[in-house]
Ligand binder design. Structure first.
Ligand code: SF4
Ligand code: SF4
Length: 127
């Protein structure tokens, strides 16, 4: 499956990945709207992002979460009712929800942040 891999030892905590992600999906530069989140209270930082484990798929009461051909977990906005069961069951706390957003959101391994990271701390890999 296609997954965004993180390399915390390389990360310089610049947060450019968060800007890239939130700007792409929400047209806003806000860390809380980024699918990847960098917690830099520690060194190396904690890099939190979906690992496509699929734990949320069975939890969704409306079958809004599916796995595409590349193994990436996708959310259908039209089927999602915003119950946030998927957020509750996510074992890595990487199914996101944010104030004012009806639907949860997550990394779909698009690779946009890989291109803008100045430290090669991110990569799209097959696992
Ligand atoms: S918030 Fe949406 S995607 Fe998540 S479990 Fe509920 S209906 Fe499914
Ligand atoms: S853009 Fe790269 S170096 Fe900067 S915070 Fe994100 S992962 Fe770390």
């Amino acid at each position: 499956m296609k997954v965004l891999k993180t390399y915390p030892e390389k990360c310089i905590s610049c947060h450019v990945c968060e800007t890239t992600c939130s700007s792409l999906y929400f047209k806003e530069d806000k860390a809380e709207l980024s699918c990847i989140q960098i917690h830099d209270e520690t060194n190396p930082p904690v890099m939190n992002v979906c690992n496509q484990c699929q734990a949320c798929v069975a939890a969704c009461p409306t079958c809004a979460i599916t796995v595409n051909k590349q193994g990436v977990v996708m959310i259908s906005r039209s089927l999602c009712i915003g119950c946030l069961m998927c957020v509750a069951v996510c074992p890595t706390d990487s199914m996101r929800t944010a104030f004012g957003k009806h639907n949860p959101f997550k990394c779909i391994a698009c690779g946009a942040c890989v291109k803008t990271c100045p430290a090669d701390a991110l990569a799209i890999v097959e696992e």
